[in-house]
Design a binder for this molecule. Sequence first.
Ligand code: UT7
Length: 338
Amino acid sequence: MAHFAALAGLGSYLPPRLVTNAELAARFDTSDEWITSRTGIRTRHWATPGVATSDLAVEAGHRALKSADLPLEPGAVDAVVLATTTPDHPCPATAPQVAARLGLGTIAAYDIAAVCSGFLYALAVASAQIAAGQARRVLVIGAETYSTILNPADRTTSVIFGDGAGAVVLSATPDADRPGVVLGVELGSDGSQQDLIIIPGGGSRERATPGSPDPQGRYFAMQGKKVFAEAVTRMGDSASALLDRVGWPVESLDHLVGHQANIRILAALAQRLGIDEERAVVNVDRVGNTSAASIPLALSDAAAAGTLTAGSRVLLTAFGGGLTWGAAVLTWPHLNVA
Ligand code: UT7
């Protein structure tokens, strides 16, 4: 019997510390006016020292399981997939710890590293595990603590990125037409442009030596202008290719949930796709760019606000370091949002 992966639970978590543009303007050579006009961001949340990505992932995962009416016990899900750029440690992966702390037992648990496209990559592999009959239910989490890798000397990245986590439960169904089924996924990459978004140190390119490595290499770096142009083109083209493949005319879409990197990118993306800007879900103003957590956080906010309603056609698309990008489509299901 064929299996399809359907969205069955959704949850999110933001660390409590709210960072305003005014606070950043007191610390960097920047202003509320520059940040709002160039990015649309007004606030973001940053984890306090000592709080790691797994802490946010556990909270969001817990809420998604609750939303799916699943207990915190072995057997609730068959796998945990965690998309992150900011794992608790370079080794091991963070997902096994999250699975253990949620009490989910000794199940498959692994991380996905695709930067801001990570959640869509994780959604793709989790859906494929379900389609292959390897799992009945999978907890898919996007979680980040970018505040731990921001360069304090870089005002541009410091004002853009925020911390947070979002999670979904995917559940197997034999019914391809059931609302919530992930109807299609499109993924892509261009490693020839890896330098546009990079943490240069801390990997095998920089061999571990006695004495600590240059802390400068541990910071996140981005060439914003080039990334902006690539983001609009890649998200637009992958979304168009997917819509063609599943046979959804662009006019039939109810909501565009794009990676929340910059309000101007979301506007340019809507324009490129020929979608009314009103249909674009926006929470970048409140949470900033939360990388792999961006899509599930936007979904969670929009569902809680009543914007995403059962039966609406939803297009997800993301772009990030790698370069990587992707898109997915589904019809929104009835969900309790936690
Ligand atoms: O998550 C992965 C995907 N990421 C993205 O999609 C991010 C894409 N890029 C962007 O969103 C935008 O390129 C940024 C928001 C990063 C930058 O906006 P921009 O309009 O492309 O600005 P810019 O880099 O061209 O810089 C314009 C000016 C420069 O000054 P000069 O050279 O014109 O004198 C910058 O030095 O703005 C200056 N600037 C700032 N000024 C005040 C850069 N950052 C700041 C700042 N405050 N925080």
